[in-house]
Design a protein around this ligand. Structure first.
Ligand SMILES: [Zn+2]
Length: 168
């Protein structure tokens, strides 16, 4: 898929601008991290830069899909998440996309389990019915993939607890 395809299929998870640099995360078969500094670029994909992921991040930036971040840090990820945490609806969308991606690609289930815990934290603050339903469906998928993991049982009972609380 080229940069436009990646951008328009919603695979650019976030972009931050810090000084003259752009940082971004793009979900393809794996998550890739991008840094653009003027004419030079770096990407964690096998090509290492000047790739479709860099292009996708540039297109997102041109379309205004980015956060302005103070300070500099490697790959801008910490800043991206602190900005996202200040916009709960956007944070939720990004988390769902990461979780869906993890369910498709994460053979160990470890990333997906971590993302479920993050989703539970957000649901604890805002146990909206629609969001609970969405996580319930994804958790069913997880259970089907990893039926005999102890972590599956723990995730399910944690989710039950949240759901009971939101009803009562
Ligand atoms: Zn790349």
């Amino acid at each position: 898929m080229d940069g436009e395809g990646l951008y328009y299929s919603g695979r650019v998870l976030w972009v931050v601008k810090s000084g003259d640099r752009l940082y971004g995360k793009v979900l393809e078969d794996y998550p890739y991290y991008v840094e653009v500094d003027g004419d030079s670029s770096f990407c964690t994909c096998p090509r290492g830069g000047n790739c479709e992921h860099v292009r996708a991040v540039e297109i997102a930036y041109e379309r205004g899909f980015y956060f302005d971040c103070p300070g500099e840090e490697p790959f801008g990820e910490g800043c991206a998440y602190s900005m996202l945490n200040s916009v709960p609806e956007l944070r939720w969308k990004v988390l769902l996309r990461e979780l869906e991606h993890a369910l498709e690609t994460d053979e160990s289930g470890s990333d997906a389990a971590k993302l479920f815990y993050e989703a539970f934290k957000l649901l604890e603050k805002d146990p909206e019915g629609r969001k609970l339903k969405r996580i319930e469906v994804l958790l069913d998928e997880y259970s089907a993939l990893f039926p005999d993991y102890a972590v599956t049982e723990r995730l399910k009972s944690e989710f039950q607890r949240l759901r009971i609380r939101s009803v009562g």
